[in-house]
Design a protein around this ligand. Structure first.
Ligand code: ADP
Ligand code: MG
Length: 394
């Protein structure tokens, strides 16, 4: 796992963060930010920017890259500290504890609030995926524009936060969404374990039916989880369930919705058959037009549910996650992810861009505006919330 320490925030000075933020701004339209641009944005006196950059390099918050031209980029660690500082300044938490989860594209830590409450912090890490998995995406990247992994990770966090909040408001068993900034989501800590770790259940029938019921009820609200499996369902000692992990969710109006819905359902059937020896019929029957809720093999029928499905779109927009954001992120997070990819060829890219594919041209994305130096003057005041000026409010 990786080390994160709130104490580091103490020995990183105001100037350190100013320069770190300047690099972040530069990365809106530069894969690698030339030192002179960092200096022009940060505007520290007497060449201070260069001294500070040395310090940031030493702490691995910046990466020096001279492969194409000379410049700097944020590392994920640097991005982590920007988000953490912002959230600490907001009073969301005051300390970071142990790492409690390592996903394919996330790291999860415990954090503590001032009154001692423990929360969960999820740091999204898009781009930290196997090269095999990224291959199909590369085709897209080569033919379209270049994308910035920091930007995509931020979008994933915003999406997760928005969906979690909307699901919570509709009474679904999900972690309580507390706050988010950049690529970081703060939520309540779920008691219990991922279902995949559970060998025995008191009431496997009840748990099974509850889970299928959740898939159906989400679809009735217009949503498909898309990665609904034993890794993303938490269960406690009383066999109470909590769903987690929402960056890949899609609407029931998505062109592949039927397939994603059926896949989520089949995942659960398969797991309960294998792990708890429950017997089910093979799913040989299609759902027909007869509007029944279930087919002859006991599978819920997507078509009849989708007909009268509600929509959570409004609630999502209220959290700052737009339709356009959804379209953007769907290009990169294949619904359901690459469940079978393993870690042997996983590389931590530890930076913003996928090496070959991120050029300086990201101008066709509205969310990544070129840095306008005129507009920037005044961004760095003396206020505590300096750090938030250039981000989604989330
Ligand atoms: P990924 O997208 O990388 O799969 P997840 O959201 O599924 O990330 O989280 C990975 C693991 O971290 C989970 O399997 C779970 O063990 C743990 N985890 C995630 N969120 C929480 C939470 N709110 N409370 C407790 N543990 C969590
Ligand atoms: Mg997961």
């Amino acid at each position: 796992g990786m080390k994160l320490d709130v104490e580091v925030l103490r020995y990183l000075s105001k100037d350190d963060f100013r320069v770190l933020t300047a690099v972040e701004m530069g990365m809106r339209n530069h894969e690698i930010v030339p030192a002179e641009l960092v200096d022009r944005i940060a505007r520290l006196k007497h060449g201070g920017t260069y001294k500070v950059m040395k310090n940031l390099l030493k702490h691995k918050l910046l990466h020096h890259d001279s492969s194409k031209y000379d410049g700097f980029r944020l590392t994920y660690l640097g991005y982590d500290y920007l988000a953490i500082k912002t959230l600490v300044n907001r009073g969301v938490f005051t300390a970071i504890g142990r790492q409690i989860g390592v996903g394919k594209e996330s790291d999860i830590f415990e954090v503590a609030t001032e009154d001692g409450t423990i929360l969960a912090m999820k740091l999204h890490r898009l781009g930290r995926i196997s090269f095999r998995a990224v291959k199909t995406k590369r085709d897209y990247l080569m033919h379209r524009s270049s994308y910035n992994w920091l930007y995509l990770s931020r979008l994933a966090a915003l999406k997760e936060y928005a969906f979690m909040k909307a699901l919570e408001e509709h009474g679904f068993p999900v972690p309580s969404a507390v706050d988010c900034n950049r690529h970081c989501v703060i939520m309540s800590l779920v008691q219990g374990y991922p279902l995949v770790q559970v060998r025995e259940l008191q009431n496997h029938d009840t748990v099974f039916e509850t889970i299928i019921g959740l898939i159906v009820r989400m679809a009735e609200h217009g949503l498909i989880h898309c990665d609904f499996n034993e890794f993303n369902i938490m269960i406690d000692d009383n066999e109470k369930l909590t769903m987690i992990d929402f960056p890949q969710m899609v609407s029931v109006s998505h062109r592949n919705a039927q397939m994603y819905f059926d896949r989520d359902v089949e995942c659960i059937f398969k797991f309960f058959r294998k792990r708890f020896n429950m017997s089910f019929q093979e799913n040989t029957d299609e759902c027909d037009e007869s509007d029944s809720d279930m087919n002859e093999n006991g599978r819920p029928c997507f078509s009849s549910i989708a007909k009268s499905a509600g929509s959570l779109d409004k609630e999502l927009a209220a959290s700052g996650f737009t339709r356009k954001d959804q379209d953007e992120i769907e290009k990169f997070t294949e619904c359901g992810g690459e469940k079978d990819s393993d870690s042997d060829d996983t590389e931590n890219l530890d930076g913003a861009c996928f090496p070959d594919d991120c050029g300086a041209n990201i101008s066709d994305s509205e969310s990544l505006q070129p840095v306008d130096l005129q507009e920037l003057s005044g961004v760095f005041g003396d206020k505590e919330d300096d750090m938030e000026g250039n981000q989604h409010s989330c």
